[in-house]
Ligand binder design. Sequence first.
Ligand SMILES: Nc1nc2c(ncn2[C@@H]2O[C@H](COP(=O)(O)OP(=O)(O)O)[C@@H](O)[C@H]2O)c(=O)[nH]1
Ligand SMILES: [Mg+2]
Length: 306
Amino acid sequence: LARAITLIESKRTDHQAQARALLTALMPHTGKSQRIGITGVPGVGKSTTIEAFGELMIARGHRVAVLAVDPSSSRSGGSILGDKTRMSRLSTNPAAFIRPSPSSGTLGGVARKTRETMLLCEAAGYNVVIVETVGVGQSETVVADMVDIFVALMLPNAGDELQGIKKGLIEVADLLCVNKADLDERAAARAVKTYAEALHILEPASPHWSPPVIPISGATGAGLDKLADLIALHAQKLTASGERAERRRDQQVRWLHALIGERLTESFRAAPMIRDRMVALEAAVAAGEMPASAAADTLMAEFLRA
Ligand SMILES: Nc1nc2c(ncn2[C@@H]2O[C@H](COP(=O)(O)OP(=O)(O)O)[C@@H](O)[C@H]2O)c(=O)[nH]1
Ligand SMILES: [Mg+2]
């Protein structure tokens, strides 16, 4: 599995061709896992919770893969997901597989590798795949679009935090967990209530599922059984209604279109006549001498002519 992933992450053209052939051959063996996305601000307890939750799922008889989509890795090389050493227990468990995100690349590139790694993990027999990401920038919508259920971890100080919550995060979450409930149970209960009310005014994405809000503690493990039960219930309901299959179909097609867009942009930027003209037209647009739309049309026309 690790070798196959290295192949997928490789930038060499021959490796990429091999990776494509491998993935194509493995397609019939993919798709049989429960795909779970987990997000939350740095420090909310994602790694701690995933480790305890992963152990619980293994105790329930599952094989668990943990992948990361880390938007910070693209530019600084630094990680906002933090050290992976926190999952030291899970990483030595033979029924677990842990893979940090590739250390370079755009968010789109990292997400592509993560999607393909997910398929490899499924083919290797992992029936629970957890994708961890931070709730900053675009990474949470990117991850929400590759999983069956998207779980957001929150801190118990909801009053302060609610102000800063991006509406987008709550809108894509299928399940909200108020973590660190062990620190102050009453504060956690208040936060659960606040989030439940905030969710109540939103139209649920599915007619068969209203996102629940529960208190948990990744540190003590409290609430994680409930979390596992709710995830199983979500899978059961949305599979029965056909929504899960539909969601996956839509995700695949959106992914296809994203890839096409990415490749077109790449070949556009790499085209020699574009590179030369781009500099001049960029300057003209920057100086306000030419409308951006006219510059784009000119470049596109040249690209298509070549
Ligand atoms: N008391 C308490 N501390 C926690 C809990 N979950 C995580 N922490 C602590 O919060 C800090 C950040 O946790 P971590 O899992 O690295 O957060 P991440 O950045 O979201 O991955 C660490 O010091 C953890 O030990 C919890 O449920 N209760
Ligand atoms: Mg972490």
